[in-house]
Design a protein around this ligand. Structure first.
Ligand code: DAH
Length: 343
């Protein structure tokens, strides 16, 4: 039978077909299995097969088709890059590729930690814009017009008259919250702040603060002290010592700064504590009545405390980072050291 001979010949050709490269499988497919390919052509022959031979011929053709398809699959597998090289060519003793695990930025670790500690005391997260107006950053916070912090030397103004500026502290978030919400208020606000300073190991034109505010009936200075004491114990361990020093901030009265004993030298004297054994970590105080009045909160009925701390300072004490510039240089060697720190 002529058809049988044809099929036998094609089978021989197919068996000796070798895949040279990736295209071999594709040219095979086009030649044999394409719409104008050999398999299709041979199928056409069916119509010339006499009726009594049709069944036999049909089986033969189906087998041929299957045979061709299998060859195509083999060619495809052989030409794929995974199997193109023999198994012996793979050296299993070579070290594997490094899998680099991402790390959290140390400031993010510290921020998350601070938020979580205050969350446990009922403080909720609050945020405000980094581009602020004069009212929220200065005026409403009882900062008189001639206050030094307003100085052009310190503040980055985006626009004058009306004034738009990069917030110089997160105290502006106090204003943002009090204008919308009435007591009880208990918020914690981390964020970036900006000051026009020359960049060095100890100063930067942007850094991070965390602001806290608690306003309610009967909030006292004792609450302030105990809250902050709880915070540092959770942050640095139960053994940490604190001290409060009287201070001045326009938005609090009375005001105090809080120091903790130097965790770097434990009182022996080092650069971080300037050989005093104490390190200042935050400013705080009882919210000034003028500030409460600015937001329609009656200072006769409500009192509150507020505090603000530098996140970089906490990070310095916790992780011994001694150059502020490291935080924003994106140096992988620095960041890699925080691998595995969870917060
Ligand atoms: N805003 C102050 C600063 O940037 C820090 C501060 C001090 C915040 C006392 C407060 C506070 O809420 O009560 O230096």
């Amino acid at each position: 039978m002529e058809l049988l001979d044809q099929i036998e010949q094609h089978k021989k050709d197919i068996e000796s077909f070798v895949a040279g490269n990736g295209d071999a499988a594709e040219s095979f497919r086009i030649k044999y299995l394409g719409t104008k390919g050999i398999v299709k052509n041979i199928m056409q022959e069916m119509k010339h097969v006499p009726n009594d031979k049709k069944k036999e011929a049909g089986q033969l053709l189906n087998e041929f088709k299957k045979f061709t398809e299998e060859k195509y699959e083999t060619l495809k597998a052989e030409s794929s890059p995974l199997t193109a090289h023999s198994a012996e060519a793979i050296d299993y003793t070579l070290p594997g590729d490094d899998v680099t695990i991402g790390t959290r930025h140390p400031l993010s670790i510290v921020r998350n930690r601070i938020i979580s500690i205050f969350n446990r005391l009922g403080f909720v997260l609050a945020e405000g814009p980094e581009i602020e107006d004069d009212w929220h950053n200065f005026t409403s916070m009882n900062m008189p017009e001639n206050h030094t912090a307003r100085d052009m030397q310190d503040t980055f103004y985006v626009q004058k008259n009306p004034d738009w500026l990069l917030r110089t502290h997160t105290s502006s978030v106090q204003a943002r919250v009090m204008e919308k919400q009435k007591p009880p208020i208990r918020i914690i606000c981390p964020g970036r702040v900006y000051r026009n300073e020359t960049i060095s190991a100890r100063a930067h034109c942007f850094f991070h603060q965390v602001e806290g505010l608690y306003v309610d009936e009967n909030v006292s200075f004792a609450d302030l002290k105990q809250t902050l004491y709880f915070f540092v114990q959770e942050m640095f361990g139960k053994a940490v010592k604190i001290r409060f020093r009287p201070s001045y901030f326009p938005f609090t009265e009375p005001s105090a700064e809080m120091d903790i004993d130097c965790l770097i030298c434990h009182g022996k004297g080092c650069n971080v504590c300037k050989h005093t054994g104490w390190v200042e970590i935050l400013g705080s105080g009882m919210v000034h009545p003028n500030v409460l009045n600015n937001f329609g909160i009656d200072p006769e009925k409500y009192t509150g405390f507020a505090f603000g701390m530098g996140m970089e300072r906490i990070c310095q004490l916790k992780y011994r980072v001694n150059d502020l510039r490291l935080y924003s240089q994106d140096d992988v060697r620095f960041l890699k050291q925080f691998a595995g720190v969870i917060y």
